[in-house]
Design a binder for this molecule. Structure first.
Ligand SMILES: Nc1ncnc2c1ncn2[C@@H]1O[C@H](COP(=O)(O)OP(=O)(O)OP(=O)(O)O)[C@@H](O)[C@H]1O
Ligand SMILES: [Mg+2]
Length: 318
């Protein structure tokens, strides 16, 4: 199951994603965290202070070759764009940490959370590229991942509307918009809901830095039943920011309850693989038409295998 944390800059996306991932690990659930933000702070929030892991977005030819596997519809890595869907022969992935991709790219935080980073926006990107080519690596990764119930992918997303530059915003079972009890936070929620409308996105709001009951009541009045829980001003978070070794099991009980509600909302979701893959294909065709066909010099619609639906091997459809 996949969850994305989105919201206004500074609202607490990275903090929430890190705490949620660590909470899942403490519960003994398999979890992979992904830093898909331009400013890569998730590793630090997970308590990792060593060298950043190798970034998923830095060697796209390797990633594309790995994922296309023996798919005859994709002639070469050069012909693979961020939305190219998997098909027969593609290498489908699981969350086994000993797999080739996770061995190459994942780092492990002190309390056992594996995580991937997309890579910072660097010098070489300026003027010739855009950050979306790096988040494109996450989109490709997720489109080839056969994750099932009881295993979790937690993504720290980039602030604001950047998530809509591709189909990435539709790749999650649950999207949690982190909002402080402010008009700007709620404004970002409304804008996100508007952009996501019609794309089958399950969107909930996690209140953050909620000081008192009046804050919580105001936020509830603004977003209604979309509110999944409220995290308070947390001394635990502040201590962690100062570098204290904070165990997630010591997080304030009221805040644990908020993350528990998030987990319940995520576990209640069920992925419809056929609908999910229809989304993959629809975004691919849009991207092919808008820029991909021109960029690659071939008709990328031919990469779509008509009857292919990705599904975990345990599924009866396989
Ligand atoms: N519940 C909380 N209690 C206390 N401090 C918090 C809480 N949530 C977040 N913070 C603090 O607020 C600041 C911003 O949080 P964070 O970096 O998680 O936000 P973000 O949405 O990821 O920001 P950016 O848009 O820059 O990526 C940090 O200093 C963090 O420690
Ligand atoms: Mg952040």
């Amino acid at each position: 199951m996949r969850i994305a944390f989105v919201g206004k800059g500074g609202s607490g996306k990275t903090t929430s994603a890190a705490v949620f991932a660590r909470y899942l690990a403490a519960l003994g659930r398999p979890v992979l965290a992904i830093d898909a933000d331009i400013n890569q702070h998730l590793g630090q929030a997970l308590g990792h202070d060593g060298r950043a892991p190798r970034a998923l977005g830095t060697d796209l030819p390797w990633l594309k070759d790995h994922l296309r596997g023996a798919n005859p519809l994709i002639a070469s890595a050069d012909q693979m764009i961020k939305t190219t869907p998997p098909g027969p022969g593609s290498r489908m992935l699981d969350l086994d940490p000993s797999g080739e991709l996770l061995t190459r790219y994942a780092a492990t935080s002190p309390d056992g959370v594996r995580y991937l980073v997309t890579g910072e926006f660097d010098e070489a990107d300026i003027g010739v590229s855009c950050y979306h080519s790096k988040t494109g690596a996450v989109e490709l990764y997720l489109n080839h991942l056969l994750d099932g119930p009881g295993e979790y992918v937690v993504v720290d997303m980039t602030a604001g509307a950047d998530a809509f530059a591709s189909g990435l915003f539709t790749r999650f079972d649950l999207t949690v918009l982190v909002s402080e009890p402010t008009r700007r936070g709620v404004g970002v929620f409304r804008q996100y809901a508007e952009h996501a409308d019609g794309h089958g996105v399950a969107l909930r709001v996690l209140g953050n830095k909620i000081a008192d009951d009046a804050d919580a009541a105001w936020l509830h009045e603004q977003v209604g039943d979309a509110l999944v829980g409220c995290v308070g001003q947390s001394a635990w978070v502040r201590a962690a920011e100062r570098g204290a070794v904070a165990r997630v099991t010591d997080l304030e009980p009221a805040n644990v309850a908020a993350f528990d509600s998030v987990l319940a909302a995520l576990d209640a979701r069920e992925r419809d693989w056929a609908a999910y893959h229809r989304g993959t294909v629809a975004f691919h065709l849009r991207n092919a038409e808008a820029w991909g066909n021109r960029a690659v010099g071939t008709d990328l619609a031919a990469q779509v295998a008509p009857d292919f639906v990705p599904a975990p091997v345990t599924s009866p459809t396989h």
